[in-house]
Ligand binder design. Structure first.
Ligand code: ZN
Length: 472
């Protein structure tokens, strides 16, 4: 390809407050249409907004989670436009003086992506289109839901950088309690600005904006499509038009929504009904102190201190609750790798099978830790450890009891083992012959026969040792 893609992002995150940003309506996803509205958020004339302090605090936390400066002074502005999902005909946002600026996140390949700003604003409602009746209906439940918008510089050059950034933002917002980052429910939505320039050039081309992408996969596909589309235009000597486009998952393409000629003049002006937000340095410091350990710091701890492979560490930190569970387990028993293996293996498998989340399971982090400890000490085999997890999923119970009741406690007494092995070797004389003639793969089969003969609770490690000695 002859062109270098250049991308920037605008990410909207719905804040995890109890109530909306300028009224006391419940802030929760769902609900019957127009049941979570009041005169304020439905834009009745004469009503006044009252700023939600919790929303401001979460916006500051988003700033700390992304290395931004959190400002002592920020203020609100009105962005004027008419659309049926916005009953006031203006959106309250922060234009001139956003709460956070000048942050960054390092993405794959060690590249630093600069964050221009994070500002607070209110969400709009939703239009529900009924194609059958040929009508559109307005649902105002989402009006006034608190949002932050994270705006990056156009620093992205590859799809991988964009996707890694979005995953990191989602995780950091989740860890900080700012946003649940459920992209499929629209609580985190991504707009991608994309333009192409010839390799070697440093002059950006004309950009198109793809709105409201709601999965990491869609982001990748929409960018790939847009690179293709713009390349073809440029190859044919045409000009890319500055416009807003929508990605359609079913068709896997992007379609123009509106061009620059139709772009709004938002006529921003300071919001007269909300005083500026003022923080003292001490207040900012108080909020900073509440920040939890962020996912990239956990990743470092897992890989550097605990020596967990990077791929595994990535999987553990992906969900905060899962990572918290792991942390609690290893703080009880420092069997880092064994606990990681159990959690990414049988625990994850069972969670996927049952559709449960880690908060809902019948066992505690201490139970997983105990199981790992028993396996590490050779009290039970690693295979039995997995079986124990399955049983704890189904019925719960103390690991020691489960191990006893199910005969998982290994017999580490090797006195009877010689006779058992001799018996198997005699019974499988022809297999043993082949093994001795060089077919080494048969070791596993012979080993299996001995374990079977030795019965439940036999210690595979000891059997392997004894069998290897015998077969020499
Ligand atoms: Zn309301």
């Amino acid at each position: 390809m002859r062109y270098q893609p250049v991308m920037g992002l605008e990410i909207h995150c719905e804040l995890l407050t109890d109530s909306k940003v300028f009224c006391s309506c419940q802030n929760e996803f769902g609900g019957s249409e127009n049941t979570r509205v009041c005169p304020r958020c439905s834009g009745m004339p004469g009503t006044l907004p009252l700023l939600n302090k919790g929303a401001v605090k979460l916006a500051a936390k988003a700033g700390f989670a992304t290395n931004c400066t959190v400002h002592n002074y920020s203020a609100f502005d009105r962005k004027n436009y008419f659309y049926p999902d916005l009953p006031k005909a203006y959106q309250i946002t922060q234009f001139e003086s956003p709460i956070c600026t000048d942050g960054y996140i390092d993405v794959v390949g060690g590249k630093r992506i600069r964050i221009n700003r994070i500002h607070i604003e209110e969400d709009a409602g939703k239009l529900v289109h009924d194609d059958y009746e040929g009508i559109s209906l307005a649902d105002y439940n989402r009006c006034g839901v608190p949002l932050i918008e994270i705006v990056t510089e156009p620093d992205f050059r590859t799809v991988e950088e964009v996707q890694d950034f979005v995953v990191q933002i989602a995780q950091r917002m989740q860890y900080s309690g700012v946003c649940d980052a459920r992209m499929e429910q629209g609580s985190l939505r991504v707009d991608v600005n994309i333009s192409l320039m010839p390799y070697g050039s440093d002059e950006f081309g004309t950009r198109a904006e793809i709105k409201n992408l709601n999965s990491v996969k869609s982001i990748g596909r929409a960018i790939e499509y847009e690179i293709q589309r713009q390349s073809e235009i440029l190859d044919n000597g045409g000009e890319v038009v500055q416009e807003t486009r929508r990605y359609n998952e079913n068709h896997d393409d992007t379609k123009a929504l509106r061009s620059k000629e139709e772009a709004h003049d938002y006529r921003y002006f300071p919001e007269p009904d909300i005083p500026p937000v003022l923080f003292t340095d001490e207040e900012i410091e108080e909020i900073r102190k509440e920040m939890p350990e962020l996912p990239h710091k956990r990743f470092e701890r897992y890989t550097e201190e605990y020596k967990i492979p990077a791929e595994d560490a990535k999987l553990i930190i992906a969900q905060k609750a899962f990572s918290d569970f792991y942390d609690e387990a290893v703080s009880a028993v420092p069997e880092y790798k064994m606990i990681s293996n159990l959690m990414l293996g049988e625990v994850s498998h069972q969670l996927n099978e049952t559709g449960m989340s880690i908060d809902e399971v019948r066992f505690s982090p201490a139970d997983v830790a105990k199981t790992a400890e028993m396996a590490a000490k050779g009290v039970i085999s690693k295979g039995s450890a997995k079986d124990m997890i399955v049983i704890m999923f189904e019925k719960g119970g103390a690991p020691e009891d489960i191990a006893k009741e199910n005969g998982f406690i290994m017999d580490n007494d090797t006195s009877g083992l010689d006779d058992i092995i001799d018996g198997v070797l005699a019974a499988q004389a022809d297999v043993v012959e082949k093994y001795k003639n060089g077919n080494e793969k048969l070791f596993g089969f012979i080993m299996g026969q001995v374990i079977k003969a030795a019965g439940k609770g036999a210690n595979p490690a000891l059997i392997k040792e004894a069998l290897t000695a015998k077969l020499k």
